[in-house]
Ligand binder design. Sequence first.
Ligand SMILES: Cc1cc2nc3c(=O)[nH]c(=O)nc-3n(C[C@H](O)[C@H](O)[C@H](O)COP(=O)(O)O)c2cc1C
Length: 543
Amino acid sequence: MPRTVAPLQIGPLEVWPPLVLAPMSGVTNMTMRALYKPFGLGLTVTEFVSSNALKFGSKRTMAMIDRHPSERPGSTQLWGDDPQTMAQAARLVRECGADVVDINFGCPAPKVTKTDGGSACLRDPQRCEAIMRAVVEAVDCPVTMKMRLGWSENDLVYVDVAKRAQAAGVAAVTLHARTAKQFYKGSADWAHIARLKEAIDIPVIGNGDLDDAHLAMRRMRESGVDGIMLGRATLGNPWLISQIADLMEGREASATPTPADRLRFCLVHYRTMVDELGEARAVPQMRKHVALYLKGILDASTLTKTASGANPDAQFFCTLNKSANEAEFAIPQLPPGKYAFAMVRMEGSNPWRLSLLLRQEAGQWLLAGLYPKHLTANGHDGLWYWKEARTLSTGKEPWNAWLYFQEAQALLMPANFVSSTHLDKLQTELTSALPPAISGGIGPDTPLVVKAADGAEFRFTALSVQDAPLSNAAGSTPLDVLAHIKVDSIGDGASARQRNVAAASALLAAHPELRKSFHGVWVFADAAGQNSYSTELAMSDIK
Ligand SMILES: Cc1cc2nc3c(=O)[nH]c(=O)nc-3n(C[C@H](O)[C@H](O)[C@H](O)COP(=O)(O)O)c2cc1C
């Protein structure tokens, strides 16, 4: 099939397809760009990076200019108001591997415009030109520029600034057809984009409100632009990218994904983010993505009555394609209201589940929480651990039994505030399986005190199981006992390690059965006001 559009030429770089992912600060980080690239993007751009911040090179700023190996070509976007600082930043990002340096004259956010950066530059086209000349001179790769129509509707400078860009040696211009003052209100006016294409000779990339594959192709054709940039509409819907890429390749646009495909990809996105950024950073970022992936899929509008005819506040929902499995669940810690709980499961060697808590507010279902979980540990699921725990408890291995009950609970519980008759039963068995030495429970105030042969005393405040890390395939990751000890002070690294080793050794001497069911012990030494010190030890390393 012949292609329906030509590649986008940015200086010596040929970009195919001429489809660019819009930089979106706080959204399009490297993980996200790498996930979306295979859908058919020709070019990806980093989130905008402050040229001033690059002077200090903090870890966080430097991470923003990182690129994934699949991002070839990849563009790094800079913002700032000072030509020399911008030139210096451009040299740095080029040295760090940028194939293209993009200048931001479009951001309308006050934190940027108050320092005369982003779209505020458009109030002074001469300064725009000075910045572009300095950056073009500083690097040996193509420089592009992204802008809005102007600061306000009375000040539409885009043609003037684009002509200056062309004269300064800029290789391509992206136009988001709104003014800075408009922010995201109204709609992008593609007539301006067509006008710009007429006015300059360098390639123009059109941007704004492309949310449908056929619309995107029509806009491209009618405006005559060389490339298009997609932003918000791709979020939760990267299939828009593949549909446009299909049309550009001369194929029929691929079908819209099924709800199951969307949820599956959502989970892949989720997992990748957690793996790469850690849960603490990934979860807040994923809230908006998950909500977008779910848009229009979850139909929790028909919460049915229970068998007894009651209309419960909360139901356990497992729904896909309108097939719902319902069970009664109590959510005691949550404020009264109507909730639905949806679960997405990803099969494979390392199955995963994402539970979504939805809360009804003013007739709408809003995302109230996300609970990602792997469903196996060391190749076994929660029911297996439950069964094993029962066998172990009759076989005089109370510690192993109790820890296995804990693992069963960790794997079976969709989220820690949910209870059900099934889970209650497990909780009861877990409680009654508490070994006599900690029959009142174990905690900071009720530690398990273990004496070593040399008389040293260790106060264990928690004992649990370390699940197989998310990134590892099932079966390949062994299970550790996770032990916390309370100490007065962590001390230096060597003595902290020595103490952790001694604690593990004392624990195993007191309860040798642990050697049978676990691969090792992770000891965490906790001291008030200090970071914990942890040591992972294989059983074979613990004497
Ligand atoms: C959350 C968010 C962050 C953005 N961050 C940037 C940015 O860092 N640099 C930039 O040039 N544009 C940024 N933009 C603007 C987009 O690149 C794009 O121009 C705009 O969203 C219009 O395209 P769309 O209608 O396809 O979303 C951002 C937009 C959004 C919604």
